[in-house]
Design a protein around this ligand. Structure first.
Ligand SMILES: *Cc1c(COP(=O)(O)O)cnc(C)c1O
Length: 395
């Protein structure tokens, strides 16, 4: 089976984990601190706070900024559901904006229109929460300009985008806080894990309190100044992360060449490839293309057929406003996010990891196009049947 995603570990990772086990110190030790310093150094932020997941990083970041009931957070419609869930879990209201079809990122023009419209209705938005879809940085210069003009803070969901840049500036460092995930589906992994980066010492302090039962890192022992979570990262996770982040640049280079080969093979075929990312702007967490619109309804059949061929593919990501919870709570309907309506039905994610060989790619593209061709006549059959019936009526 050519897997969709497959993290790779070597003797370095095994040794690092064994070292933690033999030290006997599994939590709140030097590996977590070292991992935080490594990430801060990598992105050039003054602070990095390790957490138990990317979701925890996003949740704690919004709380650290004081987001709560009555507040509005604006975010793209097309993302992993955690992006919207954390807003809701703060008691705030998520407002979704449609994405661009060729990058899958929030559309800055629609963002600006949405904010202007909301302001005219007297609704004030606290935070803009852009997502770097599949590891490709959103148009942060435009988003930052809009946020400054309208008075919002920016929190980046950079879950998939560690190592990506926008106009020379690292993903995660454009806003007040940036959040990374180290889930096994991401470019480098700690199993589960997340990091929030910021240049604001008060936000970092809030994050450290929120992850550790409300204990102020600068305060007295056995005191809690706010209700907090246990959102801590373990020493084993951090030790794994230190090794993995050391390999990040090589992994990104490999993924870029895999992505470029897919692009070349699939351009001018029935599927639509994304527009090329500017140099350095993507880390290729996933490789996502769009099926022809007429074949969107056959996507499940295509995934099943390719599984028979030994290829694991998947859908792109979530149409968040159309999930049961958000649809029922806020009354969203299809048609409100036309691009997300369309791409969420057509997007497929192809195998993308360091173990994907050139031969694998030739086979994946070959089988994908063959299976699409097989599915196309099935689409025509209702018409054919209809014509035959019409002929029957005539006689
Ligand atoms: C993976 C992901 C998350 C959540 O990260 P976890 O570490 O799995 O909690 C959030 N947002 C996006 C866009 C993601 O891809």
């Amino acid at each position: 089976m050519i897997r969709l995603a497959a993290p790779r570990f070597g003797p370095d990772e095994e040794r690092a984990i064994r070292d933690v086990l033999s030290s006997g110190k599994l939590v709140q030790g030097r590996h977590v601190r070292e991992f935080e310093e490594l990430i801060a150094g990598r992105v050039g932020s003054t602070e990095a706070v390790a957490l138990s997941s990317g979701t925890a990083a996003l949740h704690a970041s919004l709380l650290a900024l004081g987001i709560g009931p009555g507040d509005i957070v604006i975010l793209p419609a097309f993302s992993f559901i955690a992006t919207a869930n954390v807003v809701e879990l703060c008691g705030a209201r998520p407002v979704f904006i449609d994405v661009e079809a060729d990058t899958f990122n929030i559309d800055p023009e629609l963002l600006e229109l949405g904010l202007t419209d909301m302001r005219s209705r007297g609704e004030s938005v606290k935070v803009i929460l852009p997502v770097h879809a599949f590891g490709r940085v959103a148009d942060m210069a435009a988003i930052k300009r809009i946020a400054q003009a309208h008075g919002q803070a920016v929190v980046e969901d950079a879950a998939c985008a560690l190592g990506a840049y926008s106009e020379g500036r690292p993903a995660g460092t454009w806003g007040s806080v940036g959040c990374f995930s180290f889930h096994p589906r991401k470019v480098v992994t700690t199993g589960e894990g997340g990091v929030a980066v910021t240049d604001d010492p008060q936000i970092a302090r809030n994050l450290r309190m929120l992850r550790n039962h409300g204990q102020d890192p600068l305060g007295e022992a056995f005191d809690s100044v706010m209700p907090g979570f246990n959102y801590r990262m373990t020493e084993i996770q951090a030790a794994l992360g230190i090794e993995q982040v050391g390999k990040l640049d090589g992994i990104i280079r490999l993924r870029r060449s895999i992505s470029q080969r897919y692009d070349e093979a699939l351009r001018h075929t029935a599927v639509t490839v994304s527009s090329p990312a500017p140099e350095g702007a993507a880390v290729y967490q996933s490789y996502v293309v769009l099926l022809p619109g007429e074949l969107a309804a056959s996507r499940r059949a295509l995934i099943d057929a390719l599984r028979v061929d030994g290829i694991e593919i998947s859908v792109g990501t979530w149409h968040m406003p159309m999930t049961t919870y958000f649809r029922e709570r806020y009354g969203y309907r299809s048609g409100q996010f036309p691009v997300t309506d369309d791409v969420s039905r057509r997007a497929i994610s192809l195998p993308m990891h360091e173990g994907v060989t050139q031969d694998d790619q030739v086979y994946v593209v070959d089988r994908l196009l063959a299976r699409l061709e097989e599915l196309t006549p099935a689409l025509l059959s209702p018409t054919v049947t209809g014509r035959r019936m019409a002929v029957g009526d005539d006689s």
